[in-house]
Write a protein that binds this ligand. Structure first.
Ligand SMILES: [Zn+2]
Length: 335
């Protein structure tokens, strides 16, 4: 791992460069100031578009420090918007009605250290105050055996977890709908889109909305059917999932749709088995053509989420229609 400790500030540098060059186009602020070996780093939020109450799309990356490709996918989207803004009149119009927010690197110290956990070795996605209702999957579901082992839950709320929770709750207050896409990598061969719950097998209340978005996406983009949508508990159950915590503590005033994109990096390992022998390679594609493909592959989905926000797709669903959608959703996702 130490081999990588010289280069893994790349995403942090990219974010700093984007801010230095384009800060007139967006709002940015630090949610949390941290240090790693004397170097100051921050958890930065960037917002484009409308500031008053409106549909909001939030892209999140870098919750796990070894999953650098997730932060890169989020930064690629931010870079795409910023560079289209000067000429793309449709995008300009969209941003008069929609807010697009970015937290590209939630765990900057983990990035600098090259670890999944934060500076205290805590796995932020196991750290929220919520317990799996029938016990979590062994180890991967979160553990308090040792901070030296992965998936360590910690013993208190970490500052990064607090910052993410506070930020999302503030966005809920300011939004007529809030769709979040939290980008990770490492699970399985395929690209999964998971939604709550991770702590329980009970059906997520927002399932009907997700079913609707999935139908619209599948119809409009039939050749992008590589996403496997499912509640996270179909794969494993965890303690401390931040999106679970936010869903359970949601005021339910507006649709809140937390999605986790789990990019299937085992496929990258299969195609390039040498990656098995180096830890970061397990979570990150290393051939240049594959890297480019990953960075462009998800832009369509991200743009779709912005377009559906602009069209007020979730706000327009009536109560009776939502009841029907919830029924359809339960038929495919609750067994
Ligand atoms: Zn992850």
């Amino acid at each position: 791992m130490s081999k990588f400790s010289f280069e893994h500030a790349f995403e942090i540098d990219t974010l700093k460069r984007l801010i230095a060059k384009h800060q007139n186009h967006f709002h940015h602020h630090s949610l949390l100031d941290l240090h790693y070996r004397g170097t100051p780093v921050s958890l930065t939020a960037i917002e484009l578009g409308k500031q008053h109450k409106c549909p909001t799309v939030l892209f999140v990356g870098g919750v796990h420090g070894v999953e650098r490709i997730g932060a890169q996918v989020v930064l690629a989207c931010l870079n795409n918007l910023i560079n289209r803004l000067p000429w793309d009149t449709h995008l300009q119009q969209l941003l008069r009605h929609v807010r697009v927010a970015f937290l590209p690197i939630v765990n900057p110290v983990g990035f600098l250290k090259g670890t999944r956990g934060n500076g205290n070795n805590v796995d932020l996605m196991r750290n929220a105050p919520i317990e799996a209702d029938n016990g979590a999957t062994f180890m991967v579901g979160g553990q308090r055996v040792s901070a030296k082992l992965p998936w360590y839950r910690g013993t208190q709320l970490e500052a990064e977890t607090r910052a993410l929770i506070d930020y999302v709750q503030a966005q809920q207050q300011r939004s007529s709908s809030l769709v979040c896409l939290d980008v990770h990598s490492g699970f399985g061969m395929e690209d999964h889109i998971w939604f709550p719950y991770a702590y329980s097998k009970k059906p997520f209340e927002g399932m009907g909305y997700i079913y609707h978005l999935k139908q619209l996406f599948d119809k409009g983009y039939p050749h992008h059917g590589y996403y496997r949508f499912a509640p996270q508990n179909h794969y494993y159950q965890t303690h401390g999932d931040i999106w679970d915590y936010l869903s359970v503590n949601d005021g339910k005033q507006a649709p809140f749709i937390p999605l986790t994109l789990e990019m299937g990096s085992w496929a990258w390992v299969r195609k390039n088995p040498r990656q098995m022998f180096n830890f970061p390679g397990y979570f990150n594609p290393q051939k240049p053509h594959r890297h480019d493909r990953i960075l462009r592959r998800h832009l369509i989905l991200m743009q779709f989420l912005m377009e559906s926000a602009y069209a007020n797709v979730l706000e327009k669903i009536s109560a009776p229609v939502l009841t029907g959608l919830n029924k359809d959703a339960r038929r495919i996702w609750c067994k």
